[in-house]
Design a protein. Structure first.
Length: 259
């Protein structure tokens, strides 16, 4: 996909305009109780989407999506456009080997500013990729040809896209993170792209890293406040997570204005 333009986050003026036109939208966005979206993680290698119940997605559509300002961040050196359309990204497709780690279900809620209102952004492509519990990325250097912990999903009519993965490990110089890229295209518009990273509260990471397979490594060397990339807006990119079975689930809302 050729990318000719970039998304721009809602700036202060546009956000104030949105607030004046739609009282339900605030600077901190709209939040919902995740209790109606509980579901067991799909089995490794499953081809079906890791979806939340239809009732829950209907409730999402009927509520006002959160147009929340999120900063773009560096893509990093390891984006590979694998074109892997899958919800469960834990396996390496070549041999179906599953990466060990604490399960994480990740739900994106993507909205588009349209006039003075937020509307769900459907048919957007969301890629995510991250390292495994040992801090290793797939399809680079010694792992070329492997494609674990990579994949994309299209947002549905409610602007949601969902993934099943593992809690990422760490590598020198960085705090734990997940890369994501949102892309759109249509026959009448040029392509748009937004790239950034998701982070986690240090306290949550400490709990996760006290479990195997993370315990096979030494203590991580960088926490959030010591990560130079995190310090450039990372507080606005922290993924709120809750316990779900043997793992966690998190929901990330983002509002974008197409350039």
């Amino acid at each position: 996909m050729k990318i000719s333009r970039s998304f721009s986050c809602l700036n202060r003026r546009r956000m104030l305009s949105l607030m004046s036109g739609t009282a339900a939208v605030t600077l901190i966005g709209c939040f919902r109780d995740s209790s109606d979206a509980t579901e067991s993680l799909v089995s490794p290698g499953s081809t079906r989407s890791a979806s939340i119940p239809e009732q829950a997605t209907t409730q999402i559509a009927q509520s006002t999506p959160g147009c929340i300002v999120r900063p773009q961040q560096t893509e990093g050196p390891y984006f590979v456009d694998e074109r892997l359309n899958r919800s469960d990204i834990r396996s390496n497709p070549a041999d179906n080997a599953i990466k060990a780690g604490v399960p994480l279900r990740l739900v994106f809620q993507v909205s588009q500013l349209s006039g003075n209102a937020c509307q769900p952004l459907s048919n957007a492509t969301i890629d995510i990729w991250h390292c495994d519990a040992e801090g290793v990325y797939s399809d680079v250097q010694d792992t070329q040809g492997q494609k674990f912990l990579r994949g994309y999903q299209m947002t549905d009519r409610n602007g949601t896209a969902q993934f099943v993965t593992i809690y990422p490990g760490w590598y020198p110089g960085r705090t734990p993170h997940i890369h994501f890229k949102i892309r759109t295209s249509s026959p009448t518009q040029a392509a748009d792209e937004f790239t950034s990273q998701l982070y986690f509260e240090d306290a949550v990471t400490d709990q996760v890293y006290a479990q195997p397979p993370y315990t096979t490594r030494e203590a991580r060397s960088v926490r959030n406040d010591r990560d130079g990339i995190f310090r450039r807006g990372g507080e606005q990119l922290i993924l709120p997570v809750t316990r779900s079975g043997e793992g966690y689930e998190g929901r990330f809302e983002i509002g974008l204005e197409l350039a």
